[in-house]
Ligand binder design. Structure first.
Ligand SMILES: [Ca+2]
Ligand SMILES: [Ca+2]
Length: 352
């Protein structure tokens, strides 16, 4: 009797342990299934994002418009019925169980001055920004004033340190930093042009908050000329306006002409500047038809502007289920079009 009882108890114990084991294995297996599904989705999303980059490069290399680039038609030539969303939106780019989309978010500008963001399909040019390489900055006669207008946190000292970092000389500008000033930081002063925007943080005294504030408006790509068709208000204001804001109206008029009928940027009706004469005639119009203050302000700045861009940022989003992979790539279109130039068309590549 005692024997039978203990056998029963032992059997029950073994069964309980086996049941627990089975549950454990089952839980692990389902976890692994979910994990590998996630990894597969991630891999697919990554390749979808890559497909978006390739599609964008293909469109850039087929651009036939040699005259201008706008926010709406940025780096590409649209045929009659085409829209950037129809080419680059997720709806048109479904592949397998996922999709890709090439777009970016832009600060929205509306009359009430309300802050917001909107999605713009397609690429974004780098020529819309101020080029902070010293060799390009120096092409602007009053570049220190331009930087100060970009942010009130740009002090004379920081600007001088940025110049010292890039100029070949070892003479310290007032409030700047050269050679031995970098000893305590453990690296040497570069004495050459910036190669990335983030490099600003290596400059002694440069606050990270300032970089966050201005990074949308500065670049190291392109030849330093600013595309007046795509430049954001902040950049136009920095280049054209003065301390007292006397040329607010001029900046408004340029943007107003770009917005056109629907009063919105980046839409199909957008106005286009094809040469500096068209911009100067707006200034002249404001001056009452003859060269006045607006014209005289803008005319000497003429060679700071361009109407066509050559470097484009492609931000491609690959999506499978709830997984999104983003790849950002900066491409030089001219190098992409002419392999004979022997210049690497890819200027920047980053997978998140
Ligand atoms: Ca130097
Ligand atoms: Ca418009």
């Amino acid at each position: 009797m005692t024997n039978k009882g203990s056998i029963l108890v032992t059997t029950l114990w073994i069964m309980a342990i086996l049941a627990l084991l089975a549950m454990g294995i089952g839980f692990r297996a389902s976890l692994e299934v979910r994990l590998s599904k996630y990894n597969m989705d991630r891999l697919q999303a990554r390749y979808l994002a890559k497909a978006g980059i390739e599609k964008a490069k293909e469109y850039l290399s087929r651009d036939i418009n040699e005259e201008y680039d706008t926010l709406y038609e940025c780096g590409i030539s649209l045929k009659n019925e085409e829209t950037p969303e129809a080419i680059f939106g997720a709806e048109s780019n479904k592949l397998g169980s996922g999709s890709f989309s090439v777009h970016y978010t832009r600060k929205k500008e509306d009359e009430e001055g309300e802050e917001g963001e909107e999605i713009q399909y397609g690429m974004i040019d780098e020529e819309r920004k101020i080029n902070i390489k010293l060799s390009n900055l120096e092409k602007m006669a009053n570049y220190k004033e331009v930087l100060k207008r970009l942010s009130s946190n740009f002090t004379e000292d920081i600007i001088n340190a940025i110049i010292d970092w890039q100029d070949s000389g070892d003479v310290r500008l007032s409030g700047g930093a050269e050679g031995s000033d970098y000893d305590e930081l453990g690296y040497i002063c570069k004495d050459a042009d910036f190669e990335s925007v983030e490099e600003l943080l290596l400059v002694k005294g440069m606050p990270i908050e300032l970089l966050d504030e201005i990074k949308e408006y500065i670049t190291v790509y392109g030849d330093g000329k600013i595309n007046i068709n795509t430049a954001p208000r902040e950049v136009l204001n920095a280049v054209i306006n003065d301390e007292g804001g006397r040329y607010d109206g001029l900046v408004d008029s340029i943007i107003g002409r770009r917005k056109a009928e629907d009063d919105m940027e980046g839409t199909s009706d957008d106005g286009v500047f094809k040469d500096i004469g068209e911009v100067l005639s707006i200034a002249k119009g404001m001056d009452g038809g003859k060269p006045g203050p607006n014209f005289l302000r803008l005319d000497p700045l003429s060679n700071h502007f361009t109407f066509k861009s050559s470097t484009f940022r492609i931000i491609s989003h690959g999506k499978v289920g709830r997984v999104t992979k983003v790849i950002t790539c900066v491409v030089n279109k001219d190098a992409e079009k002419n392999p004979g130039l022997e210049e690497n068309p890819i200027k920047y590549y980053h997978e998140e």
